[in-house]
Design a protein around this ligand. Sequence first.
Ligand code: NDP
Length: 481
Amino acid sequence: MTELNLIAGEWMAGDTAIENRNPSDLTDVIGLFAQASADQLSATLDRARNAQLEWAAYGLERKQAVLMSIGTELMSRAEELGRLLSREEGKPFAEGKGEVYRAGQFFTYYAAECLRQIGENADSVREGVEIDVRREPVGVVAVISPWNFPTATAAWKIAPALCYGNAVVWKPANLTPASAVALTEIIARQDIPKGLFSLVMGSGGAIGQRLVESPQVDAISFTGSVPVGKGIAAAAIQNLTKVQMEMGSKNALAVMDDADLDLAVSLALGGAFGGTGQKCTASSRLVVHAAIHDAFVEKLVAGAKALKVGHALEEGTQMGPVVSEQQLQENLAYVELGQSEGAELACGGQRLELQHDGYYMSPGVFVNTNNTMRINREEMFAPLTSVIKVNSYDEALAIVNDTNFGLTSGIVTQNLARATHFRRHARTGVVTVNLPTAGTDYHVPFGGRGESSYGPREQGKAAAEFYTTVKTAYISAGTPI
Ligand code: NDP
């Protein structure tokens, strides 16, 4: 049976379908997934405009109830949907379950935000005139999400889009369609206007490109790679469509000579290899003070070697497979590139043949690297990390900031002055102290600088900036008679 798209409020097959297989076990076929046609995309965009107006006119509590219901269902089904997510994406079950639960929290957070949309008022500089400033929905929002957090990333875009009164047309990554169908089934069952929410599965180059080129789209929220993001921005500018983009990164964790060594190693291991390193917040550069370097590397390599790589749904698995054969080949090419640049591969970085046929790779650690190497400048999205040795805090900070990206950075230190200085001077959108570079909250802004982000921040109250447009009203009430 083919899983369908949600087009203008109806579940529909497409002209074609793709097969989705479990990266932990290639004999496990998860299903067939419809690919939306150009006509279906047009039909759903036509319907979305009216549905948005109906939705925006719903009472606040009615909208709140919809978001709350989606959120509580996701949380209560976190185990079941987390299993499905891990089966198609490859992250260990605990991470899949945690992701679905977190996705639910985005909806319950924005359910509450439905009732907290409070504007501003002012007196005019003109006598007898009052000013009312409020936010209105931006309109029809295209959500384009990646495979690495198929449910959470989509949720942190869809929940605020709906909260602030918009219609959503969602193009999920074609590598993770099952999680997209599961979330869409929950949303489609709610008290929403027909066609308010659409699912258009299909390839990025085909249906994604059509979506971002459409003049019927008022705003595009995208998470993915830098080249695709730049292409989307170029398409969007033709229609002056608002864009928000989260893209690549090259996050650094600075480990100082006064750090708690065991804490630093565990932060580095979790940050580098959690989600098989396929996170935009992964710790891919470990900038380590010379005084602690050798001890740190010894423990890091021992820890990486001890990580149990295996089937995402098997008990005891600490790192699942990478998502696809293409991603695995790119990762292995980076291993070769790093060595050809003069980096020393201290462990891992090899394809693994395990009991099940899947895209397995051992976690790899490069040492003796410098910050000019391509492995330290390009996003690898792989279970690979590099150690860069430095002689001082100042040198560490300079290296952390020497990148085209700027999403997250972290410092491990027990020195308050260094922690404070780092927090103030690291040029990233998120900075952490004695915490992993990965792992953020849902009620505060998320985003980066440089090539990592473009447009307004996501999450928390900051999301209103993207999903709404501001109206300034001038009122002259006159004199009472
Ligand atoms: P992409 O940037 O290609 O894909 C992200 C999303 O954009 C997917 O839904 C994709 O669809 C869609 N897309 C692709 N091309 C277009 C287009 N022309 N118009 C509109 N939408 C499009 O990322 P990949 O999945 O190919 O991963 C490649 C690399 O990107 C990774 O190795 C990593 O470096 C980076 N990446 C970063 C992420 C992050 O969180 N910062 C997340 C994912 C990837 P589809 O996949 O269905 O073709």
